[in-house]
Design a protein around this ligand. Structure first.
Ligand SMILES: [Ca+2]
Ligand SMILES: [Ca+2]
Length: 94
């Protein structure tokens, strides 16, 4: 597999690892999202310390309003964070 294929597979695997824990197997409820962020994006979680910040993040991600984060909503979030990281590294280069 190429690096990109491996990366895409890894994102899917991470989502499933947490989404399967409780309730709907294909969606992240708030507690699953919180565990995922804490374990997989610890540096980002430094900025999502309190419950209110997590509520706001979930609200922002949950575009269809079912109070859960499905894979499409998760990907939108990952894309956003990845674009932000890319911009950050570009600025570092300059
Ligand atoms: Ca779930
Ligand atoms: Ca949703």
């Amino acid at each position: 597999m190429t690096d990109l294929e491996t990366s895409m597979g890894a994102i899917i695997a991470v989502f499933q690892k947490y989404s399967e824990r409780e309730g709907d197997k294909h969606k992240l409820k708030k507690s699953e999202l919180k565990d995922l962020l804490q374990d997989e994006l610890p540096e980002l979680m430094e900025h999502v310390k309190d419950q209110e910040a997590l509520d706001k993040l979930m609200e922002g991600l949950d575009t269809d309003g079912d109070s859960e984060c499905d894979f499409q909503e998760f990907m939108t979030f990952i894309a956003m964070v990845t674009v932000f990281c890319h911009e950050f590294f570009q600025q570092e280069d300059e």
